[in-house]
Write a protein that binds this ligand. Structure first.
Ligand code: FES
Ligand SMILES: [Fe+2]
Length: 373
C-alpha cells in the first residue's frame, strides 16, 4: 500500500500487483484459503451415503463425502500409496468405497483403508493410519465448511462472528433457517478477475447507481452510494411501490416462516471472509461462494435458496432469480473491466477509495496482515 499525501477524502487501495502476481496468489492460498474455514459445498448436494464432491481449497484437492452414518466428512483427494488422485470427477456417487485407479487401494466412506492388492500379506499396515488424510469439516447454514489448518481457528469467531458483526446477533440469520431451504436455482459464473476485486465490489455501493438500474429501483437507498453493508443490523428497505425482491419489483413469495416483522421488506448483505457473500430478503436467500482459480480468475457459484414448498411446488422463481443474476452479471463485468488495469503502470501504486468505500481499507489491512503472518 502507498502512503502518499492524499486528500483526507481518499485512502489508497492495494497496489496492482496484489491482483496479478502469482506469488501473492500462492501466499493467499496458504495463508487465507488453506488456513481459514472455506465454504465448500451445499450439504444437500450430497444427498446419500457415497455422494461426493471434489473441491479445490487453495492448492489442495479436497473430497467431501457423505459417509454411511449420514455425516459429511472430508479428506485430501490423495491416495496414501503413491499419491494418485482418488477422484477425478467433479462429483458423483460411489456405492461403499473409493478405489484408487492406479493400484486399487480402496478406502471406505470414513476414509479407512479397507482393501488393496496383497494387503493381507502386509499385516503390519495400519488401516486407519494409511487411510485418507482427514480434513476438518463443519456444517452451518446448510453448507459444509472445511479447514485445512493443522489447528483450525474457532468456527464461532471466524465464520459465525462475521455474521454477528454485521447483523448484530446470530438469531437474526437463524430466522431465515438457511439449512432447511432448497436450492431453487444455481448459476456458476467464470469471472476473469481476482477474487479480491469481487469482494471489494460486493463491499461497496458507490457503483450501484451506475451499474445496477434494477437493484436501485427495488432498493432506492442504494442509489446514493452510501447504503454500505457495514452498518450493524441495517437492512436496505424496499421502495414504497415495490412488492417483492424481483427484477420488476413485482410480488415474490410468502415471507420465510422465521423472518421477523423488522426484517420484512429489507435486504441484508453480509461478507463472510474469505469467499462467501450472503444476501437475505424476506422470501429467499442468495448465497455466493467464490472459488479462486488463479490471480486473474475466480469461479463464483451462486445459489438462490427458497422454502422447500416453493421449490417442490415448481413455482416460477424466474423473476426473483433474474434480479440478482443481473446484479451478478453487472458486478462481474465491472470486475473483469478492472482486472486488466491491475497490471498497468497507471495502477502500479494502486487507486483510491472514497469515503463510502473507506471500510474496504480494513479488508486490505486484514489481508496484508494475514499474508505477513
Ligand atoms: S497410487 Fe493409489 S493405489 Fe497406488
Ligand atoms: Fe454491485
Amino acid at each position: 500500500m502507498t502512503t502518499t499525501d492524499l486528500p483526507a477524502s481518499l485512502i489508497p487501495t492495494l497496489s496492482g500487483q496484489y491482483y496479478t502476481d502469482p506469488a501473492i496468489f500462492a501466499l493467499e492460498q496458504s495463508h487465507v484459503f488453506e488456513d481459514m474455514w472455506f465454504c465448500a459445498v451445499r450439504s444437500s448436494d450430497l444427498p446419500t451415503p457415497g455422494s461426493f464432491k471434489k473441491v479445490q481449497v487453495g492448492s489442495e484437492s479436497v473430497l467431501v463425502v457423505r459417509s454411511r452414518d449420514g455425516q459429511l466428512r472430508s479428506f485430501l483427494n490423495i491416495c496414501r500409496h503413491r499419491g494418485a488422485q482418488i477422484c477425478t470427477e467433479e462429483s458423483g456417487a460411489v456405492k461403499r468405497a473409493f478405489q484408487c485407479p492406479y493400484h486399487a487401494w480402496t478406502y471406505d466412506l470414513e476414509g479407512k483403508l479397507v482393501a488393496a492388492p496383497n494387503l493381507t500379506k502386509m499385516p503390519d499396515v495400519d488401516r486407519v493410519q494409511y487411510g485418507l488424510v482427514p480434513v476438518a469439516l463443519r456444517e452451518w447454514l446448510g453448507y459444509a465448511w472445511v479447514c485445512l489448518a493443522k489447528e483450525p481457528p474457532s468456527f464461532e469467531d471466524e465464520v459465525v462472528g462475521e455474521i454477528v458483526e454485521r447483523l448484530g446477533s446470530v438469531e437474526a440469520i437463524d430466522h431465515y433457517q438457511l439449512d432447511s431451504l432448497s436450492v431453487g436455482r444455481r448459476i456458476t459464473y467464470d469471472v476473469k478477475a481476482n477474487w479480491k476485486l469481487i469482494i471489494e465490489n460486493f463491499m461497496e455501493c458507490y457503483h450501484c447507481a451506475t451499474i445496477h438500474p434494477e437493484l436501485t429501483e427495488v432498493l432506492p437507498e442504494f442509489a446514493d452510494g452510501y447504503a454500505a453493508q457495514f452498518f450493524v443490523g441495517h437492512g436496505a428497505e424496499f421502495g414504497d411501490d415495490v412488492q417483492g425482491f424481483t427484477v420488476d419489483g413485482s410480488e415474490g413469495f410468502d415471507r420465510l416462516p422465521g423472518v421477523e416483522e423488522d426484517q420484512d421488506r429489507r435486504y441484508y448483505a453480509i461478507t463472510v471472509k474469505p469467499t462467501v457473500f450472503v444476501n437475505l430478503v424476506p422470501d429467499h436467500v442468495i448465497f455466493h461462494r467464490m472459488f479462486p482459480v488463479s490471480a486473474d480468475r475466480t469461479i463464483v457459484e451462486c445459489d438462490w435458496l427458497y422454502s422447500h414448498e416453493v421449490v417442490e411446488s415448481g413455482r416460477d422463481v424466474t423473476r426473483s432469480v433474474e434480479l440478482f443474476h443481473r446484479v451478478n452479471e453487472q458486478d462481474f463485468a465491472a470486475c473483469e473491466r478492472t482486472q486488466p488495469a491491475m497490471s498497468s503502470r497507471a495502477y502500479a501504486n494502486g487507486g483510491v477509495l472514497v469515503p463510502s468505500e473507506h471500510h474496504i481499507g480494513a479488508f486490505h489491512d486484514w489481508l496484508t496482515q494475514r499474508l505477513a503472518r
